[in-house]
Design a protein around this ligand. Structure first.
Ligand code: PLP
Length: 271
């Protein structure tokens, strides 16, 4: 595969970074990730908005304009024949003289293959393990996933597919996805300590009147349906949280309808 690094498109194996970059020694950097559908970058402007915002909020200079990034991305899609795949943009913290202050980072754009979760997971729903945690500066898409990576060993042990983070009884999100509940036909999603997911945004638009508010653990356990959303999963029904079955224990009609609507929207945009 080909990637963009050092201002040019090169073979991905040739991409390199300084070992003292803050990305490595402090876990300081930002990224974003979007899909290509039929060779088109799905919701590209939304992802670029978020990437530019992340750079600004973390004080990392991003010396490329939106038009320049779009041209590079287009080039990468063509050179990698990336019909259905993923594009990852990464901006590292840079090499800093005191090994601490944000510096001028290095921009990488990678083309990746993308495998959706197995159909069985959409058909049966997945299990989440609840853990107490709040992602630091959750609204910024930083590269720091140290705790979720560490927690993944725990949720695997528990036979779960992912985690559901909560603090003082209030839910935030999963490790790489946003969380929704459905009760008596009303859809709700947490309002705070979450990454403003692009899939979340589109699902909210497709659903219409979603309540964006604090959602408690108790409400989730008593919900008719729960689901997570993310770029790489779109919408995945959650039918178990810890040892509690959610609703009927099967993916519910609201979740399945929204997934279908999302797939339809993506076909309309890209085909
Ligand atoms: N929350 C976190 C912490 C994430 O890392 C992600 C995606 O990577 C999401 C939510 C979902 O966001 P999106 O729908 O933009 O992929």
């Amino acid at each position: 595969p080909f990637c963009f690094a050092d201002g040019q498109i090169i073979s991905t194996e040739k991409a390199s970074i300084h070992p003292m970059d803050l990305g490595l020694i402090r876990g300081y950097g930002i990224f974003d990730f979007f899909r290509t559908v039929n060779f088109q970058a799905l919701f590209l402007d939304s992802y670029l908005d978020r990437f530019f915002a992340s750079a600004e909020k973390t004080f990392l200079p991003l010396d490329y304009s939106r038009a320049e990034l779009k041209a590079v991305i287009q080039d990468l899609i063509e050179k990698n024949h990336l019909k259905e795949g993923g594009i990852r943009m990464v901006l590292s913290g840079g090499v800093s003289s005191n090994h601490f202050s944000p510096a001028k980072g290095k921009l990488f754009i990678f083309a990746e293959s993308l495998i959706f979760p197995a159909q069985e997971k959409y058909d049966k729903g997945i299990k989440l393990l609840s853990l107490e945690y709040v992602r630091p500066i959750a609204e910024i898409k930083t590269t720091n996933y140290a705790l979720p990576v560490w927690d993944s060993m725990r949720w695997k042990d528990a036979g779960a597919e992912d985690v559901l983070y909560h603090m003082n009884g209030i839910i935030s999100e999963s490790s790489r996805s946003n969380f929704f509940i459905v009760k008596d036909g009303v859809i709700s999603t947490p309002d705070a300590h979450v990454l403003m997911g692009i899939t979340r945004k589109n699902v909210i638009e497709l659903a219409g009147n979603v309540q964006i508010r604090p959602v408690s653990m108790q409400e989730a356990l008593n919900a008719d349906e729960t689901f997570i959303t993310s770029t790489t999963k779109v919408l995945l029904p959650v039918t178990q949280i810890d040892e509690h079955e959610i609703g009927t224990g099967r993916p519910g009609p609201v979740s399945l309808d929204l997934l279908e609507k999302f797939r339809k929207l993506e076909r309309e945009i890209c085909y």
